[in-house]
Design a protein around this ligand. Sequence first.
Ligand code: IMP
Length: 435
Amino acid sequence: MSSVSVFGAQWGDEGKGKIIDGLARDADVIVRYQGGANAGHTVIVGGAKYVLHLIPSGILHPGKVNVIGNGLAVDPLKFIEEVEGLRARGVKVDGSNLRLSSAAHVIFEHHKRIDLASERWRGVGRIGTTGRGIGPCYADKAARTGLRVADLLEPERCRRRLAAALAEKNALLEQVHGEQPLSLEEQLARYMHLGEVLRPFVGDTGAEVREAYRRGKQILFEGAQGALLDIDHGSYPYVTSSNTGSDGIAAGAGFPARWLDRVVGIAKAYCTRVGEGPFPSEDHGADGVKIREAGNEYGATTGRPRRCGWFDVLAMRYSLELNGADGWIMTNLDVLDSFEEIKVATAYEVGGRVHREWPGAHVDLADVQVHMESARGWKTDITGVRRYEDLPMLTRKYVEWVEKLVGVPIVMLSVGPDRDQIIPREGLKGALAHA
Ligand code: IMP
């Protein structure tokens, strides 16, 4: 029996979908434990592209159980849209291979409206959210005014709780944001109908996952977003509203922290960020544009162009330590194929002081000057390489240099979007041996 956590170690979009899809082959249960349809996990199978927002990336493998845990903010409309989209493409999805926690919080229409309206209200201080209602839904969870999936299945409870919630939300929508109020009866009818569609998938997923683990099944936890977007440990307030690393698993999946056997981070060979907020190693010049075009760095959920920059050693060391990673996977290495010079952020300077480790919350990341070091590019197409020793010498030099700077072993490299564009590292398979 074993359990593996795979999480994004940067600002999201590290290529988790493809890696999880690959590891899912050897797993029995694939679990999401935080976030919602703000995520966009892209998986390419035999040239066909699937973008998953809410459903775990293991769904494309027959015979696996995919779990949406209690820690998610679930938009029932998105859930159903995704289930139907997969079914239309011949993927089997039903209550036996997709499970939804009865304790997951529900994203309602008012959450999405408030998400967009609050962003307008914030003006220049906006976060650049995905507009999917994530923040307002988690805010209600913390305020204890949210509704959970179980509530949608109980008409009386649903009416009582939604009426109480909407009274306050309508006042906010009308009086603060100048919007039309929502009709309780319309919302009730819509969401109770959606609840009936969800019913066959719903269960006590925490108990189901623990039972599977006790019975010797392999459990794979799929993080969404990235460690630097973590509500507690990320670049607050420019973060998402959940615990995005393995720090979120115990609470968001009902799986004891002590039962976690392996932790693996995922990071690109460079860095991107979508939305607002500090990004110390961002490249505002031609190289940033070149990375965006070579890596097709446009959001899978919103289509927004991603901000691009260089690999950040401080950020990476911090994310991996924070989440207790045994190893990490470097993705999109091929995107750097055409660069003459490849930069890496190795220190920050602020107020005359040089930081070699990620600074605490007292330092505003927007104020730091970044010290960059560089490596020579390999100027060779590596997308067809499958063995580490077949990579150009300069590529290996770059990988090993970054690995040494970070201080945590790289267990795998990814050199293209397809399932098989993977290079395992010799001697380091241990960190994934039980995946
Ligand atoms: P929210 O999660 O929609 O509230 O957005 C908060 C911040 O997280 C924004 O900067 C988003 O762009 C970012 N974000 C949310 N989900 C993802 C993701 O899956 N990948 C990358 N960034 C994300």
